[in-house]
Ligand binder design. Structure first.
Ligand code: 9D3
Length: 245
């Protein structure tokens, strides 16, 4: 999979992507990442990528032409018909794990990171295929959103995570919050570790973990359980959890 990010801050994108899981995937050539600066596609004397909104009002907008030319350059370099252009905007569709999972099938994902107050609507409707958002809060530009998407998709691709971490991706705890975790030392400020985790009974440990995952999801994110069908074992464990609180 190839990611092309269109951004006025290429170093921000390349810098952050160089670490951890994404950095290793790029090194191992499991994914490719290129950044295109719209400023490199303006040819007037002042190199303006932004302009004032028609109708007035505060702030500046990103101009159509530098963005469109940057996208065209990214498309020429890959030349595939399995390519999508995604605009990162506060108005977009909120990203979910299943949206990222679906995107893993693309050969090229072109991500547009805006700055200023927004982007000329004719670029959004005429060049972009979709608009995506991180959720209902405000950040200052699209770069961090692009990085979130690059990271979230990369870790789903074959060979990127080790076997153990991959198994966690598609385990039965899918669609639930994670259970609590503990590591050494055994006592911290008088707080011990749940006895079952020290017992060595692997079936009991798995049951406890699933029960905690179900219970925490019920307590913190009841919306996640609304459309989820529980197995009889899961229903019984959740009932046990409820009886204990
Ligand atoms: C006054 C209206 N504001 C829209 C809510 C203006 C505005 C705020 C922030 C315009 C652009 C931005 C920059 N944000 C992003 O580029 C962005 C974003 C976000 O702010 N929240 C959640 N997801 C995303 S994806 C890109």
């Amino acid at each position: 999979m190839r990611f092309d990010v269109v951004s006025l801050f290429p170093e921000m994108v390349l810098g952050a992507a160089a670490f951890g899981v994404t950095g290793r995937a790029i090194e191992r050539d499991l994914v490719q990442l290129a950044v295109w600066n719209p400023r490199d596609y303006v040819y007037d004397r002042h190199k303006t990528v932004d302009d004032r909104p028609y109708g007035g009002g505060p702030g500046m907008l990103m101009k159509y032409q530098p963005l469109a030319d940057a996208v065209a350059a990214a498309k020429i370099q890959k030349s595939t018909n399995s390519s999508k252009v995604i605009c990162l905007t506060p108005q977009g569709r909120p990203i979910t794990q299943s949206l990222l999972q679906t995107a893993t099938n693309l050969e090229q994902l072109i991500l547009i990171a805006g700055r200023y107050e927004g982007i000329d609507e004719r670029f959004v409707t005429g060049v972009c295929d979709e608009e995506w958002s991180l959720g209902d809060f405000v950040i200052s530009g699209g770069e961090l959103a692009a990085l979130v998407i690059v990271d979230g998709i990369t870790r789903l691709l074959p060979g990127v995570l080790g076997d153990e971490a991959s198994a966690v991706n598609d385990s039965y705890t899918d669609g639930l919050l994670d259970c609590p975790h503990y590591t050494r030392p055994e006592v911290i400020q008088g707080q011990g570790v749940p006895q079952v985790l020290l017992s060595g009974h692997h079936a009991d440990i798995e049951r406890w973990r699933l029960k905690q995952a179900l219970g925490r999801t019920w307590q913190r994110r009841p919306d996640m359980l609304k459309n989820k069908v529980l197995t009889p074992e899961q229903s019984a464990l959740l009932q046990e959890f409820k009886n204990e609180v």
